[in-house]
Design a protein around this ligand. Sequence first.
Ligand code: AMP
Ligand code: ZN
Length: 122
Amino acid sequence: MSHDCLFCKIARHEIPARIVHEDDEFLAFHDINPAAPVHLLLMPKHHVASLAAVGSTDDAWLARMLLLVPKLAFANGCNPLPDGGFRLVANAGTEGGQEIDHLHFHILGGARPWSKRAAPAA
Ligand code: AMP
Ligand code: ZN
């Protein structure tokens, strides 16, 4: 854990968050500035800077994290397919738009329109 990292502080419950899921490895909570009707953040509790910082020894927990995504999306307001769905985003680095240097997935969904922040680039 990193003492100065905001998301590590959330993982340690030192900063409040609207938590929707917690287990030994992961925490999911509502984004404080949602870009869509459903906007969750899912992160590992241990400090990992970004998806650019993972390697082959991270495969098992990364797979478990990915498998949580559809469960959390549909349990927290994303509508069923085919008309509903969700978007999964992971920003990495400055040009990737990453603001918090602790790996997290954005899980976005709900009825459109969404904010331009979450709109497709093209
Ligand atoms: P990123 O740009 O991918 O690093 O995304 C960081 C996200 O964290 C942004 O969408 C912020 O709105 C969100 N955020 C920042 N601080 C908090 C907080 N204290 N609780 C919940 N979400 C936060
Ligand atoms: Zn951290």
